[in-house]
Design a protein around this ligand. Structure first.
Ligand SMILES: Cc1cc2nc3c(=O)[nH]c(=O)nc-3n(C[C@H](O)[C@H](O)[C@H](O)COP(=O)(O)OP(=O)(O)OC[C@H]3O[C@@H](n4cnc5c(N)ncnc54)[C@H](O)[C@@H]3O)c2cc1C
Ligand code: SF4
Length: 696
């Protein structure tokens, strides 16, 4: 990384000479916000002040961690104020991790063996009404639970055929002759400078605890006979309000595909990081499905060391720029953050994004050490987040990895589904390049099940295979009129728009026809993405039709709020019964029926129940059906000994092992549709199991 490189963009500061300067600036800014008690603390020598602050912060942290009631007036200090004393402590565990990670991947395994904590399925709603879909849809709402529950119990365990596997692993043959045919490929408002925090109290910071200073206490204890003087209180405040991230205004962003949220600046990232109280009990880390050392990377940020923070991140994730943008942190690490008990949790996702963007702006890439070669070869099928995670982990641990991807570009849903305004494609490609830089080979335009069968891979050069082909098969309502023109599956709609770049037509060849009154059926992330793409493609009116209420929507809250701000209309407790033609095979209207909510179903959400006689019609001319997806049956249908569930998902044990020798699987092909981080988490578990198998 070049020292002379000027930081650029919102993420570009904090390295080399500029770092000290900017850090000082950030610190100065932080100081501006301080209120009472400042002068008093200034009189203390810097070192003892920092120590006192640390002790106080630790005390407050302990109280918060233990969820003890904390007294009204406290300590006025922020963890960021004591970098000098903290730095040596902070570095040692990180350095230990760094040294250990490459040398002893297996040693890390036990941590990673913890069962993946599932986020609530982000998959779309399935409509109960259609008879054929009815049974499937309700069950499909919790496919992960089902697959991991009953079926996982039935699935053969990895250990069931160790001898055979070992034998097979020892004698891989050459790959059949190359028979791959190239598949037919299928003005923003300036970011607001440090917006005032919405919920800030008058003082800007909330008082959350009161802790008499230890020294003062001991003075009192030394003189038991004397009347007790009122204890002097050392004050430390912890800011309970998170720093908002600047965004394009709704009026502006309705007309472009540029990223909505523009990211923290260096100063903002430092300010947000400074709120972290460095809990001893790492609640946030426990809430992360890939077990990122969150307190450690935040500690590096608190010291202004963005590069160090990045190194810590990369120990556990190869995709920080992606996770920082699309992971449901509100249900995972941020939900578990200690500060969540009293105020807003640390904006962990935004900090993760900041670090990844900083690295990108600097043109840097922190690389892990690659372990000596194991001499083993692995094929990874599918290049979504699950495949990328397995490929990166196994490559770092010394295995030779080749990825196969059906499309002309790697990245899976991150490339063809999630729109540019939520996840810029150059960020996905940068993270794909990072995985390649670890020595991973990538074959695009190669469909396993057509160009090669799974057995051909296993009988060829590969000792093991990881299946991560996702769940790209759309579900439909199965109601009359669903095959009329201008009714898209959300998959097709988003693939045309994002992967084929229809939003840049005619610069790109793929067009997309957009009407004036659009209906998107469903309430998940895919529905939100479809609706928001329709707005940007020029539809004057976009409606989301969802059969439950806002509270049950599986989409990320942030995305629902963004959609509302962009003028999208939400219609709750209703579902289409039929689509009506304009007489020329185009959709002109839909018949809807109102729903009530009954008893909770298997997913824990209240079951929608149609209200007889409540039918009504709505005029529309374009529809995107976004009810969820299931795995493409191609590989399963050409591999008879690969066990699948009745929903078409691949059955695995708790470490991702399938029924077929030397084959593991994870991500949406197993869950039926979940989240990026759960796909990565399953990948991590399987990678550990595969590496163990390969090196036994
Ligand atoms: C529109 C949309 C928005 C979403 N938003 C979010 C979000 O905000 N947050 C979140 O956490 N999750 C979100 N998700 C879910 C998330 O993207 C998925 O859970 C995740 O991508 C699954 O990862 P994966 O690696 O299992 O599969 P995928 O990402 O689906 O990747 C599978 C890859 O395998 C390839 N493939 C398929 N068959 C073959 C074959 N036979 N041979 C070779 N290659 C093959 C595919 O082309 C694809 O590239 C969203 C999903 C969609 C569709
Ligand atoms: S992010 Fe939250 S839980 Fe994690 S160490 Fe910081 S304050 Fe504690």
């Amino acid at each position: 990384m070049s020292e002379s490189k000027k930081p650029t963009g919102s993420a570009g500061k904090g390295k080399g000479k500029g770092k000290t300067k900017t850090k000082a600036k950030a610190k100065a800014k932080t100081k501006q916000t301080k209120q009472e008690g400042q002068a008093k603390r200034k009189k203390q020598p810097a070192k003892s002040k920092a120590k006192a602050v640390e002790a106080q912060v630790a005390e407050v942290a302990k109280a918060l961690e233990e969820n003890k009631p904390v007294e009204a007036e406290t300590v006025e200090a922020r963890a960021v104020e004591a970098p000098a004393e903290k730095s040596s402590e902070a570095r040692s565990p990180v350095e230990k991790e760094e040294a250990g990670a490459a040398e002893a991947p297996a040693a890390e395994a036990p941590k990673d063996k913890e069962p993946v904590k599932k986020a609530s399925a982000e998959g779309e709603e399935k409509i109960a009404e259609a008879p054929a879909a009815a049974e499937k849809s309700e069950e499909a709402e919790a496919p992960e639970t089902e697959a991991k529950g009953e079926e996982a119990a039935e699935a053969p365990k990895a250990e069931e055929a160790p001898a055979v596997e070992k034998e097979e692993a020892a004698s891989p043959g050459p790959l059949p002759e190359e028979k791959v045919q190239a598949a037919e490929a299928p003005a923003a408002e300036a970011p607001k400078e440090k917006e005032p925090v919405e919920e800030a109290s008058a003082e800007g910071e909330e008082k959350i605890a009161e802790a008499p200073a230890a020294a003062e206490k001991s003075e009192e204890e030394k003189a038991p006979g004397k009347p007790a003087k009122p204890a002097k209180r050392a004050k430390a405040k912890i800011n309970l309000n998170r720093l908002e991230m600047p965004k394009q205004t709704p009026e502006v962003r309705r007309h472009n595909f540029d990223e909505v949220a523009t990211g923290y600046t260096y100063e903002m990232a430092m300010e947000e990081a400074s709120r972290c109280i460095q809990c001893k009990k790492r609640n946030c880390q426990q809430g992360c499905p890939v077990n990122i050392d969150i307190p450690d990377f935040i500690k590096h940020l608190q010291q202004g060391d963005v590069e160090g923070a990045s190194k810590v991140l990369k120990l556990k994730t190869s995709l920080p720029g992606i996770c920082g943008r699309v992971c449901p942190q509100e249900l995972q690490c941020e939900k578990s953050c200690t500060l969540n008990k009293k105020g807003a949790p640390i904006a962990i996702g935004r900090l993760e994004r900041y670090i990844a963007d900083w690295e990108r702006a600097e043109g840097a890439s922190s690389m892990p050490d690659i372990a000596p070669s194991t001499g083993k070869k692995v094929a990874v099928v599918g290049t979504g987040p699950s495949g990328l995670t397995v490929a990166a982990d196994l490559a770092v641990w010394g295995n030779q990895v080749t990825m196969y991807e059906a499309l002309h570009v790697a990245g899976g849903v991150l490339m063809y589904g999630i729109p540019e305004f939520r996840l810029p494609k150059d960020i996905v490609q940068r993270e794909v390049e990072y995985v390649k830089s670890l020595g991973v080979e990538l074959h695009l335009d190669t469909v396993i099940g057509i160009n090669y069968s799974l057995d051909e891979l296993l009988n060829g050069p590969y000792h093991a295979v990881y299946l991560a082909t996702g769940a790209g098969l759309p579900m439909f309502l199965r109601v009359p009129g669903e095959n009329l023109n201008m009714i898209y599956s959300a998959n097709e709609f988003l693939t045309r728009t994002n992967l084929m770049k229809a939003y840049l037509h005619p610069r790109y060849a793929t067009p997309i026809k957009m009407g004036k009154r659009v209906a998107v059926i469903g309430g998940g992330n895919v529905a939100m993405d479809s609706a928001r793409c329709a707005v940007r493609l020029g539809a004057p009116e976009v409606n989301v039709i969802y059969r439950r209420t806002r509270a049950e929507m599986p989409a990320r809250l942030e995305e629902v709020e963004n959609a509302e701000e962009e003028g999208i209309h939400f219609h709750f407790l209703c579902t289409p019964k039929a689509f009506i033609s304009d007489g020329r095979s185009n959709v002109a209207a839909m018949e809807l029926i109102r729903m009530g909510l009954g008893e909770p179903d298997a997913s824990g959400r209240r079951r929608p129940v149609p209200i007889p006689g409540s039918e009504y019609t709505m005029e529309i001319d374009t529809v995107a059906v976004s009810l969820g997806t299931s795995p493409n049956p191609l590989i399963a249908s050409s591999t008879p000994d690969l066990e699948t569930s009745r929903w078409g998902t691949v059955v695995v044990d708790e470490r991702g092992k399938t029924s077929k020798a030397r084959v593991w699987a994870g991500g949406d092909i197993v869950s039926g549709g979940a989240t990026v981080i759960s796909a990565m988490g399953e990948g991590r578990l399987a990678a550990v199991a595969m590496h163990q198998f390969l090196t036994e």
